[in-house]
Design a protein around this ligand. Structure first.
Ligand code: EZ4
Ligand code: CO
Length: 404
């Protein structure tokens, strides 16, 4: 076969932060790019790709995207989980990239074409205290953002998810061991609703406000929070309860009309099934890289469409500009798309992955380049070596390990 897969390279590098990048090359010289980054577990997914997937791909027809997906997923007894599914996700997006480049079409065109002119985004704002938070909210609104995620410091806690001591939030710390953070849900529950109400007063009714509880509350605490913030009219409340327990959201649903979003740590459609089918959520947050690529997320979003749930993929800086492009192409062609998180990237990441996608005035565009529309500067990656980074670990004030 003249256009068979010939080379599979896995590059672990750190252009501003760590990324696992996959380059699939065909015999006739087309290069497809994929991202398979799992924040803080980069080397595991690189090994899965190099040691167990690359040998299976060489010689195959890169146009058989669904067959390769099924082979890599169903052809393995030990399947699912973040490492496996990110590896498959990276391969899948690289194959869509190849198909786009071979046919001269942007990937969104191959997925059925655009259903919208622009992709609405939300960005992050945080502050240790209210004035600092309001400053960041104002900056985002001045940038043209119509939707802003708000995260606040909590009196009595020196570390809080989503709030940084640096101007830019980046949760993974560059150190041989994870940082340990302290957490107290009751302090947070007492404080957050008042801050949100003050932000709402400040920005008026037009700006969509979002908030992420990072899987830390019990079902009852989450229900209390969802109810307490109703007057502030949140666009969504994200990850209020632990992700493994879909039933936990039922109580929240029964007690509040605050829209609920979850799914950034889900890896397959089966992780989403109960939440979507039983309409326990409003937004499904699977990331293209972490849930098996474009092919699998498309199925998740189709299931969501049947049940009135909107797609809102995870978009932190640990989803590389390559996977981010995949997210935008899918968003452009998905009718039940809701909103796309845009956390932004370090300058070096933009340089390492020159991209056709754009962020302007609060809106994103996938661009019209063939394939995903992302390139890679291999010299720049070679010049910025991987160094270990970990997401933090959290403990309650009595020292018990809790969800970070
Ligand atoms: O903590 O991507 O909605 N965004 C998030 C992120 C996650 C990180 C983990 O790698 O919850 O900030
Ligand atoms: Co989140």
């Amino acid at each position: 076969m003249t256009d068979a897969i010939q080379g599979v390279d896995v590059i672990v590098a750190s252009p501003g932060r760590n990324y696992v990048t996959l380059r699939i090359t065909t015999a006739d010289g087309i290069v497809g790019l994929g991202d398979a980054t799992v924040n803080g577990r980069e080397l595991s997914v690189a090994s899965y790709l190099r040691d167990h997937i690359a040998p299976l791909l060489v010689g195959r027809d890169p146009g058989r995207i669904e067959d390769i997906w099924q082979y890599l997923y169903r052809g393995v007894y030990w399947r699912r989980g973040p490492i496996t599914m990110a590896a498959i996700g990276g391969v899948d997006m690289a194959l869509w990239d190849i198909l786009g480049k071979r046919t001269g079409q942007p990937v969104y065109q191959l997925l059925g074409g655009r259903v919208r002119d622009r992709i609405t985004s939300y960005r992050h704002a945080f502050g240790w205290d209210l004035p600092a938070l309001l400053d960041q909210v104002d900056e985002r609104v001045a940038e043209g953002c119509t939707h802003v995620r708000v995260q606040t410091g909590v009196p009595g806690l020196t570390t809080v998810y989503g709030v940084s001591k640096d101007p830019v939030y980046e949760p993974a710390g560059r150190a041989p061991l994870p940082a340990e953070e302290g957490w107290d849900s009751e302090s947070y529950l007492r404080y957050f609703p008042g801050v949100l109400a003050a932000v709402r007063d400040h920005v008026g009714e037009q700006v969509g406000l979002l908030h992420d509880s990072h899987h830390r509350l019990t079902s009852n605490q989450a229900a209390r929070l969802a109810k307490a913030v109703e007057p502030s009219n949140l666009f969504w409340l994200e990850d209020v309860t632990p992700a493994e327990d879909p039933e936990a959201l039922r109580l929240v649903r029964q007690h509040s009309t605050t829209p609920l979003a979850i799914g950034e740590v889900f890896n397959t459609i089966w992780d989403c099934q109960q939440l979507i089918e039983q309409r326990l959520i409003d937004y499904i947050r699977t990331a293209i890289v972490h849930a098996g690529g474009i092919s699998h997320c498309r199925k998740i979003f189709a299931l969501a469409e049947v049940h009135g749930v909107l797609a809102a993929p995870h978009g932190p800086s640990d989803v590389s500009p390559v996977a981010y492009a995949a997210s935008l192409h899918l968003a452009a062609a998905t009718h039940n798309f809701g909103i796309q998180e845009y956390m932004g990237y370090p300058d070096l990441a933009h340089e390492a992955f020159p991209h056709a996608w754009t962020f302007e005035n609060g809106a994103l565009q996938p661009g019209d380049a063939a394939g995903l529309g992302v390139d890679v500067d291999l010299d720049l990656l070679a010049a910025h070596e991987y160094s270990p980074a970990y997401l933090p670990v959290a403990r309650r004030l009595d020292g018990t390990v809790t969800d970070w």
